[in-house]
Design a protein around this ligand. Structure first.
Ligand SMILES: Nc1ncnc2c1ncn2[C@@H]1O[C@H](COP(=O)(O)OP(=O)(O)OP(=O)(O)O)[C@@H](O)[C@H]1O
Length: 244
């Protein structure tokens, strides 16, 4: 059984015309349309196997985050089928799952509880999360005072310690220092060996090459290629050189 199966997935958004306030009222009076709809995802199909590390590659605005938000249930799809077989830990956008006014300690407990861990499991995993995130000193500080790197460390550490079967990672590895990034990739390798499924969005292709087995290229909401990660990166880079 695949960990993730997506069939003919589509999602449309509205793009509002750039009008002045006066233009807006004129259009309103003339009953003209104030927006157009466009496909952020257009008939996207792919499958991610269990224990595979899979990359989503694409330019800004290609639809990568929209795809992740649908996979993790944050937003609704318009059409298609999305099947997730296993407990999923979405690490979407830097600190999306963290509450600003709560401390690191409270955020860890809250997030673990949200992911279904019981009190005993939380007690067991809590020190591991703090240690991995290297936040011992700041664990009782509200997260709103954390730097983006600290938030990323906390978010990543929670996501990889809650015993999810599928881990979605969106660009979070773009922040943080070099040593921490290295540690994150080592952790992802370890999780992969344990049989976890990992899906990563990243603009930095080099680390993807190391960890991912396969990937897909998204272009303006459409999948243009799926396959071996090295082939995908080559295709993407040559496409970029050609200005495609
Ligand atoms: N809630 C929304 N309402 C309207 N348009 C949206 C919404 N969310 C995303 N979009 C648009 O959908 C398209 C795809 O956005 P998305 O964030 O998925 O791209 P992306 O590939 O993740 O880009 P980036 O690499 O810049 O993060 C973009 O044109 C974006 O402006």
């Amino acid at each position: 059984m695949n960990a993730i199966e997506v069939k003919h997935l589509s999602k449309q958004f509205r793009k509002y015309y750039d009008k002045t306030l006066k233009g807006y009222f004129i259009s309103l009076a003339k009953r003209e349309r104030l927006y157009e709809t466009f496909y952020a995802l257009n008939d996207v199909s792919f499958a991610v196997k269990k224990a595979e590390a899979f990359a989503i590659i694409g330019d800004n605005g290609a639809g990568k985050s929209t795809l992740f938000k649908i996979l993790s249930g944050i937003i609704e799809k318009d059409k298609g089928v999305v099947q997730i077989n296993g407990k999923i830990a979405p690490l979407i956008e830097l600190s999306a799952g963290l509450s600003r006014d709560l401390s690191g300690r409270e955020n860890i407990r809250l997030n673990c509880a949200i992911f279904g861990l019981n009190r005993e499991q939380i007690e067991k995993v809590y020190p591991k999360i703090v240690e991995f995130a290297e936040l011992e000193e700041f664990i009782d500080t509200p997260v709103k005072f954390y730097s983006s790197g600290m938030k990323a460390r906390l978010g990543f550490s929670i996501a990889v310690h809650i015993d999810a079967e599928i881990i979605l990672i969106d660009e979070v590895l773009a922040v943080g220092d070099k040593d921490f990034k290295k540690k994150c990739y080592a952790k992802l390798e370890e999780l992969k060996k344990e049989g976890k499924t990992i899906v990563i969005i990243s603009h930095s292709l080099k680390p993807l090459q190391k960890i991912c087995d396969r990937g897909l290229i998204l272009k303006k909401g459409k999948v243009t290629a799926i396959g071996d990660i090295h082939e995908m990166i080559n295709l993407y880079e040559t496409g970029k050189q050609r200005g495609a």
